[in-house]
Design a protein around this ligand. Structure first.
Ligand code: ADP
Ligand code: MG
Length: 705
């Protein structure tokens, strides 16, 4: 039923947009294989494989005005044509010259067998390419890089060829013409590509029609039409995402009555007072917002955003205590075993003597132990359960779940968030925490269903981590300095990139660095090694020893990236820092300087694989600021939203047109339209089939990290 909306008729054949691309005439297994590499599998994928740019051929330049090195479009008549064999392997070179009355331009083709017959003297030729000085005469030019050409009929003045040409991302085995011809066929033959947006939304926002928009994305007649087309499709994408998020939220709210917590009582106050520090203003504010949400019937859906080290965990703890005080159970889900374990240790210590029962659940527990934890969860013999993804596996069933918290939410997707809510009968309150500072546009895009609390302020006495960028030549000195720091009783990290077995690389692995350091500069000091290939128990042993201060120097991969909290660690060295992303480096750097130190400052040294002076812009920015928000924006600017999300942000529906950085205006309008749709039953009924389809197919699939 839903597919009707997306149906098209192509070449007289009835097809659906999600039919395989091979159902198109002319696309066989070979082409399908090339397309597969681009992630193009369906007809829909094909028409949304948009040009990466456009070449504006509308301006024809007189040959006399050409300058070497620039790209021009020229229209002229063919003056001469000659062909020669260039080498013994039979390569042919075809030369032609055209004149427009102001000068002569040479053009060269290689191995174009069929063209010669068509290049008749006197025929009009339209070419676009880069101009270069020709070897021959003074002031004569040739096209050094021919981009496109077109032979015109005698009665053609060239106006039709003067157009904006789409440029598709280059792909081995498939040329530009293939893309534009195929798209042209699909779009011009199709009767379908029906409008997906309701009429009132189109009128209110003066949007271009859907089919026109696809056409002008590929073959814009003017730049203005292209802009309109982009706006329309960006709006459509953002609108359906917003609608989808709001619908998910509405459904959970309607399906389940939320839990009403009471105002904070004796237990919460007691824990608040027993904390070893006073909450910062921002922590206090966030805690009040969360506490208020929890007291409402509507289930809480809140995002707690705060830079690395800003103290989110303690706020989470208070919220968990509150749910326990009200007779419910609370769950805290962390993205890694190490982090889950650390939270577990910290909580059991802080809650010692309170009678609150804290449990631990991860995938690496033996089946028997896991079974026992499941039992105590379902019998309400545990008040707080801390764990990893194992918490949302089948078999886990809470007796009375009041609150679910996920730490470092950027590792969890939208659908995983939805799964959390199925853990109990009533809709529990949900708090998601992230240290990833996300610009507002993105917050609305990914977390459109959540309210936001922000912790900007750091706990008092924190010194920013001083960051230095060094080349390979400084490595020995950096480690010498580090040894001096550790001799004063401090601890430190050395982080190495993860290296695949089959990767040919000059980067050194954590194992190698560990060997080198523990037998070299750090000989006689206790060193530890932790990486992803160790078993959970092995990791735990090493991390426990590091927490206890028995290990002074910890060599690690990014398994320690998020959350690890050892306040005595004062210095970090990152090997081959160029192999890490900015967000990752910022998270890593957040492992040091988590305490108050009178005599020293926290340091992070980024060692680049190359030599001094060859540092990337990314690393220079890391050196210049410790503000996570600035970094996130720079990161986005440098990498573009696609990659920014790709590497760290599961759970974002695929955006093909909308730019989360630039399209804030469109986003806000789309959001308004979505709010009006969701709140109006008949409007919602109108888009529901499409929306359901998108939720099923175009929102992310569940990803395990
Ligand atoms: P993150 O926000 O990165 O999860 P944590 O919650 O792990 O940060 O807190 C980092 C460190 O700061 C911890 O050692 C914690 O005990 C400490 N801390 C948190 N809040 C405060 C505060 N208000 N005053 C002093 N130290 C604090
Ligand atoms: Mg944390």
């Amino acid at each position: 039923m839903v597919n009707l909306v997306l149906d098209i008729i192509c070449w007289g054949k009835y097809m659906k947009l999600d039919d395989s691309i091979t159902s198109l005439a002319g696309i066989g297994p070979k082409k399908a294989q090339y397309l597969d590499r681009l992630g193009i599998h369906t007809i829909y994928d094909f028409i949304t494989h948009f040009p990466r740019g456009y070449e504006d051929n509308r301006l024809v330049t007189p040959i006399a005005d050409l300058e070497a090195g620039e790209i021009y479009t020229v229209l002229g008549k063919i003056l001469y044509v000659n062909e020669r064999k260039a080498n013994r392997r039979g390569m042919t070179i075809l030369n032609a010259g055209i004149s427009d009355g102001t000068g002569i331009l040479g053009i060269t083709w290689f191995n174009n067998k069929y063209l010669k017959a068509k290049l008749k003297i006197g025929r009009k030729l339209f070419v676009t390419g880069k101009a270069a000085y020709a070897y021959g005469g003074q002031g004569s030019f040739e096209m050094s890089q021919l981009r496109s050409f077109q032979l015109l009929e005698d009665n053609d003045d060239g106006a039709g060829a003067c157009r904006i040409v789409p440029i598709y991302p280059a792909t081995a085995g498939l040329n530009q013409k293939f893309f534009s011809d195929t798209v042209k066929k699909i779009l011009s033959d199709s009767q379908g590509l029906e409008e997906l947006l309701p009429d009132w939304i189109i009128r209110r926002n003066s949007l271009m029609g859907r089919r026109d928009a696809y056409w002008h994305m590929h073959f814009p007649e003017t730049m203005e039409l292209l802009a309109e087309a982009k706006k329309r499709l960006a709006f459509e994408e953002l609108y359906f995402i917003q609608c989808g998020l709001m619908l998910l939220k509405k459904r959970t709210v309607e399906a389940n009555k939320g839990i009403c917590h009471k105002v904070n009582g004796a237990l919460v106050h007691k824990i608040e007072q027993s904390l070893p520090f006073k909450l910062t203003g921002d922590q206090m504010k966030a805690w009040h917002e969360i506490s208020n949400d929890m007291e409402r019937v509507t289930p809480m859906r809140r995002l707690l955003q705060g830079d690395v080290g800003s103290g989110k965990t303690v706020v989470a703890l208070l919220a968990l205590i509150k749910t326990v005080e009200n007779g419910f159970q609370g769950a805290l889900m962390a993205p890694t075993e190490i982090l889950a374990h650390q939270h577990y240790d910290a909580f059991t210590e802080l809650l010692d003597g309170t009678g609150i029962r804290v449990g631990f659940l991860t995938g690496s527990l033996s089946k028997k132990k896991r079974g026992a934890v499941y039992e105590s969860i379902s019998r309400h013999e545990l008040d707080i359960v801390i764990g990893t993804h194992a918490l949302i596996q089948d078999g886990v069933s809470f007796a009375s779940l009041g609150l679910v918290i996920t730490d470092e939410q950027h590792r969890f997707g939208i659908s995983q968030r939805a799964m959390l809510e199925k853990l109990g009968d009533a809709a529990p309150d949900v708090l998601v925490m992230t240290a990833t500072p996300i610009p507002r546009t993105m917050t609305l895009t990914i977390y459109g269903d959540l309210d936001v609390s922000l912790i900007r302020e750091m706990p008092p006495g924190r010194k920013p981590v001083r960051t230095f960028l060094r080349g390979q030549e400084a490595r020995a000195n950096v480690y010498k300095y580090m040894r001096q720091q550790l001799e004063k009783g401090r601890q430190g990290y050395v982080v190495c990139p993860m290296i695949e077995m089959n990767e040919e690389s000059d980067a050194i692995s954590a194992e190698e660095v560990y060997e080198e350091l523990s037998t070299g500069i750090f000989a006689g000091m206790s060193c530890g090694l932790v990486h992803g290939k160790l078993s959970a128990a092995e990791k735990e042993t090493v991390m426990d020893a590091f927490h206890a201060g028995e290990i002074k120097l910890l060599v690690a991969t990014t398994v320690i990236e998020v959350g690890v909290n050892v306040p005595n660690a004062i210095m970090m060295v990152v090997e081959h820092a160029e192999r890490f992303g900015m967000a990752q480096l910022h998270q890593l750097r957040g492992r040091v300087g988590r305490g108050v130190y009178k005599d020293t400052e926290p340091y992070c040294v980024l060692i680049s694989g190359g030599r001094y002076g060859k540092y990337s812009e990314r690393l220079k920015i890391m050196e210049s600021t410790t503000d996570g928000f600035i970094l996130a924006e720079e990161d986005l600017r440098l990498r573009g939203p696609g990659q920014f999300f790709g590497s760290m942000q599961h759970g974002l529906p695929d955006l093909k047109v909308a730019n989360v950085l630039e399209d804030i205006d469109i986003l806000l309008k789309a959001r308004d339209a979505a709010i009006d749709t969701i709140n109006n039953p008949s409007a919602l009924a109108g888009v529901l089939p499409v929306l359901e389809y998108k939720l099923r197919n175009h929102f992310e699939k569940i990803t395990e990290s």
